[in-house]
Design a protein around this ligand. Structure first.
Ligand code: 4NP
Length: 156
């Protein structure tokens, strides 16, 4: 299964979602293919935000190797599931969809954790360290829920 995590800048939320899922994929010996992208092009080529890189290490995850890229319509061809972090990302991705098949690939990540609630991963970019930590913990739970929902792991 090929999974793409998408936020606005691809420097805070989606690299961390990507980092968690890569970490779990490796730990569990799964064969998911994982990447991330941003709907905007502001930070293309940059490493993830320094605050996210620093804090992620406390959780045993390094996202230093990731580089921001912009979501492209060709991502619909390659990925099976495209997870948006918030409603705005969701809309921007859906606006690029070419057909029903493309649209069906796009979901809000937090619906894995809270089905049908359409909740958003808050944008921490202008926030505090506590906001970054909240996002990291939320993304841990959401990626765990995704694995459980797809029966890739059993709930403890
Ligand atoms: P992200 O956070 O979408 O989680 O990567 C943001 C990063 C950059 C900006 C906004 C949000 N920005 O406005 O540059």
């Amino acid at each position: 299964m090929r999974i793409l995590m998408v936020c606005l800048g691809n420097i805070c939320r989606s690299p961390m979602a990507d980092g968690w899922l890569r970490h779990k994929n490796k730990k569990l010996g799964l064969s998911l293919e994982i990447d991330s992208a941003g709907t905007a092009n502001y930070h293309v080529g940059e490493k993830p935000d320094h605050r996210m890189r620093k804090l992620s290490l406390e959780y045993g995850i390094s996202i230093d190797e990731l580089r921001a890229r912009q979501f492209s319509v060709t991502d619909f061809d390659h990925y099976d599931i495209i997870f948006a972090m918030d409603q705005s990302n969701l809309k921007n991705i859906l606006d690029l969809a070419r057909n029903k098949e493309d649209k069906q690939k796009v979901r809000l990540l937090l619906n894995e954790l809270h089905p049908g609630k359409n909740l958003e991963v808050p944008d921490p970019y202008y926030g505090t360290e506590a906001n970054f930590r909240e996002v990291i913990e939320l993304l841990d739970e959401a990626t765990e829920a995704f694995l459980i929902n797809n029966q890739l792991i059993v709930k403890q």
